[in-house]
Design a protein around this ligand. Structure first.
Ligand code: KG4
Ligand code: ZN
Length: 406
C-alpha cells in the first residue's frame, strides 16, 4: 500500500462517533456473515460489547428440501441481507457514518452464499467510505471464545461444523498451525445426512431441528451400546478425521433394520433412538481420540503454555453436550482446561465476525481501504498445515476409559 493510501486508511480508522449511540468513544465494527445458510450481522465496540445483532436462519427451508441447495441459499441471502444489516444497526443505535470498519466472511464457504455478503459489503464500504476487513470463517469460529474469556495465545482448538473438522494451534489472530483436518466430510454433514436417512423430520420432536440437534435429542433416550460402530481411523496415528466410513456403517444398519421391520425407506424405525445414540457416541469417540493425540503432540513439541493450557471447542457441532463431555474427559486426563462458547456463538452468527474484525482492528492487521477489490474463496485452508509432521510422529494413545455420562 502506498504511503498516501496508508495515511488515508489511518484517518478512516479513527473513532468517528462521540455520543448518541450506546457505546462510549470506542471504535465500532459491523460484522457480516453469509458463508453458508445463516445471514448474520452485528455491531460491536472495541471492547467486545455487542451493541446490536440480527440473524436470519434458512434452516427451515433447507430441512424441507432435504439439504442446502446453493442457489436457494443465495436467493435467501439476497432477500434478507439488507434487512438483517439494518436491524443490527437499528438495534445498536449506530449509524453507518459512526462505524470504524466493516468485517465480512469471504472464505471458506459456499461460493454463491459468500458472494452475496461480499458484494453487499463492498457496496456498503464504498458508499460510506469505510475500511474493509475480509474474514476467514474458521479463524472467526476459533477466536469467538476470546470475546467471552480472557484467553491468551497459544491454545489448542477443535472446530467441528457442517463444513469442517479440524484441530489447530491458535498462535495469534491470523497465525494457526493445522494439526489435522477431515479427509472427507465434516461431522455436522454426517449427522445431517444420517438424520435425513432416518427421516427424522417425520419425528414429532425433531421436525424443526437440524440433523445434529435431532440426533442429540433422540440419543438421550437411546442405548448407545445396542449397535457397535467401528471408530474411524483406529490404525492411523495422526490427527485427521474421516466420517464417510462411519456413515456407510450406519446406512447399512438402517437398511438391515428396515428389512427386519418390513418397512420402506422413509419410515421411522422403532430403534431410531438407539441408532442416534450409537452414532453420536462414535462421533464423540472419534473427535476425542484425535484431540487426545493433538494434546500429546502439542506437549511433546512445547506448543502450549505450561500455565493453564487450554482446549477450545467451537463450531455448530460443539453445541452438542455429549461431545463436550467426551472432550472434557480428555482435557481432565491431560491437565488442560476446556472452553466452549455457548451454543448461540458456536453456530454461525454475525457476532463472531464482528469480533474477528475487532481483533484485527486492535492489531491493525489485514485492514483494506474501501476501494480494494476482494474475491471470495470457497476453499481456504486454516494456517500452516503440519498434519504430515503429526502423522510422522505416530503418537500412540495411552488407553483412557471414555465413559461418557449421558
Ligand atoms: O457452524 P455451523 O452453524 O455452520 C457451518 O459452518 O457449517 O454448524 C452447523 C452444523 C450442522 O451440521 C448441524 O447439524 C450441527 O452444526 N449442529 C449440531 C448441533 N447443533 C448444530 N451437531 C450436533 N449436536 C448439536 N446440538
Ligand atoms: Zn461455521
Amino acid at each position: 500500500m502506498s504511503q498516501c493510501r496508508a495515511r488515508s486508511l489511518q484517518r478512516l480508522l479513527r473513532c468517528k462517533h462521540a455520543s448518541g449511540s450506546k457505546a462510549s468513544c470506542s471504535r465500532l465494527v459491523l460484522g457480516i456473515e453469509t458463508s453458508c445458510d445463516d445471514t448474520g450481522a452485528a455491531v460491536m465496540d472495541e471492547t467486545g460489547t455487542i451493541l446490536g445483532e440480527s440473524l436470519h436462519s434458512q434452516k427451515e427451508v433447507h430441512l424441507r428440501s432435504g439439504g442446502i441447495i446453493p442457489t436457494v441459499a443465495q436467493q435467501l441471502h439476497r432477500e434478507n441481507i439488507e434487512r438483517v444489516v439494518q436491524e443490527a444497526l437499528d438495534r445498536s443505535g449506530v449509524t453507518p457514518a459512526e462505524l470504524c470498519a466493516v468485517a465480512t466472511t469471504v472464505k471458506p464457504g459456499l461460493a454463491l452464499s459468500l458472494g452475496v455478503g461480499l458484494q453487499f459489503s463492498q457496496r456498503f464500504v464504498r458508499e460510506h467510505n469505510k475500511p474493509f476487513i475480509p474474514i476467514h470463517h474458521m479463524e472467526a469460529h476459533a477466536l469467538t471464545v476470546r470475546m467471552l474469556h480472557p484467553l491468551t495465545f497459544p491454545f489448542l482448538v477443535l472446530l467441528v461444523s457442517g463444513g469442517h473438522s479440524l484441530l489447530a494451534v491458535a498462535r495469534g489472530v491470523r497465525d494457526f498451525l493445522l494439526l489435522g483436518h477431515t479427509l472427507d466430510e465434516a461431522p455436522g454433514d454426517t449427522l445431517d445426512k444420517v438424520a435425513r436417512r432416518l427421516s427424522l423430520r417425520k419425528h414429532p420432536q425433531c421436525f424443526t431441528l437440524s440433523g445434529g440437534q435431532a440426533i442429540e435429542l433422540l440419543a438421550k433416550d437411546g442405548d448407545r451400546k445396542r449397535f457397535g460402530f467401528r471408530t474411524p481411523m483406529g490404525q492411523t496415528p495422526d490427527c485427521c478425521f474421516s466420517f464417510t466410513g462411519l456413515r456407510n456403517q450406519i446406512t447399512m444398519l438402517i437398511k438391515k433394520k428396515e428389512a427386519e421391520e418390513g418397512v420402506e425407506e422413509g419410515t421411522l424405525l422403532s430403534c431410531v433412538n438407539d441408532i442416534a445414540a450409537a452414532t453420536q457416541h462414535t462421533v464423540a469417540l472419534h473427535l476425542a481420540k484425535r484431540t487426545h493425540r493433538a494434546v500429546l503432540f502439542c506437549k511433546a513439541n512445547d506448543l502450549l503454555p505450561s500455565d493453564n493450557p487450554t482446549l477450545v471447542l467451537s463450531g455448530g457441532v460443539a453445541s452438542n453436550h455429549y461431545i463436550r463431555k467426551a472432550l472434557m474427559i480428555i482435557t481432565e486426563a491431560t491437565g488442560l482446561r476446556l472452553l466452549c462458547p455457548p451454543a448461540k456463538f458456536c453456530t454461525d452468527n454475525g457476532v463472531m465476525i464482528a469480533w474477528n474484525g475487532v481483533e484485527r482492528l486492535r492489531e491493525g492487521n489485514g485492514i483494506l481501504p474501501p476501494d480494494v477489490d476482494v474475491s471470495y474463496e470457497p476453499k481456504a485452508p486454516l494456517g500452516v498445515d503440519i498434519s504430515a509432521e503429526v502423522r510422522a510422529a505416530a503418537i500412540r494413545l495411552p488407553s483412557i476409559q471414555l465413559k461418557i455420562p449421558n
